[in-house]
Design a protein around this ligand. Structure first.
Ligand code: SF4
Ligand code: SF4
Length: 164
């Protein structure tokens, strides 16, 4: 009898309190600042891609979820700020464990785990996010590239002198 009354007491106590249930997906609960959700490939303010195709993120990934295929930039019409850019960039979201190692390894802050957590797939193929999905629009760039990265027009290295 005591336990029954105790249970009813708990029910009565919460009758007057504000419900904690959130009507998702109509209402989306804000996540913490450091939450790691879906990745985005960022740009600089001038629209150039931050990714320089170095593959350090792929090397750091413990789940082998990232594939980068680099391409050489055309100095007259560069795509990124480096000598190379990511011709192809893919993340397999089924493999990803959202550890953030790729973000830490990136020298240009190109890959960032943002706050989007609505990830669901009907098949394995659609879980592979390609560059066109990951890359932010040109008007969403931020920050100036480091002068160290702007080396597209530098003269080529002189040929090495070999004494025969
Ligand atoms: S968050 Fe971790 S597991 Fe996911 S792609 Fe980046 S390094 Fe790999
Ligand atoms: S996202 Fe960063 S670490 Fe990965 S290839 Fe691009 S520049 Fe390199």
């Amino acid at each position: 009898m005591f336990d029954l009354l105790k249970g009813l007491g708990t029910t009565l106590k919460y009758l007057t309190k504000k419900p904690v249930t959130i009507s998702y997906p109509e209402v989306k609960r804000p996540v913490r600042e450091r939450f790691r959700g879906r990745h985005e490939l960022k740009r600089f303010e001038n629209g150039l891609e931050r990714c320089i195709g170095c593959s350090l993120c792929a090397a750091a990934c413990p789940a082998d979820a990232i594939f980068v295929d680099p391409g050489e930039n055309d100095p007259a019409n560069p795509i990124s700020v480096g000598e190379r850019y990511a011709k192809s960039y893919e993340i397999n979201m089924i493999r990803c464990i959202y550890c953030g190692y790729c973000e830490d390894a990136c020298p240009t802050n190109a890959i960032v785990l943002e706050h989007d957590y609505e990830l669901s797939f009907y098949d394995r193929k659609s879980a592979v996010f390609t560059k066109d999905i990951l890359l932010v629009p040109p008007d969403q760039g931020s920050g100036e590239p480091s002068p160290l990265l702007l080396n597209l027009n530098r003269p080529p290295n002189p040929p090495a002198q070999i004494d025969l």
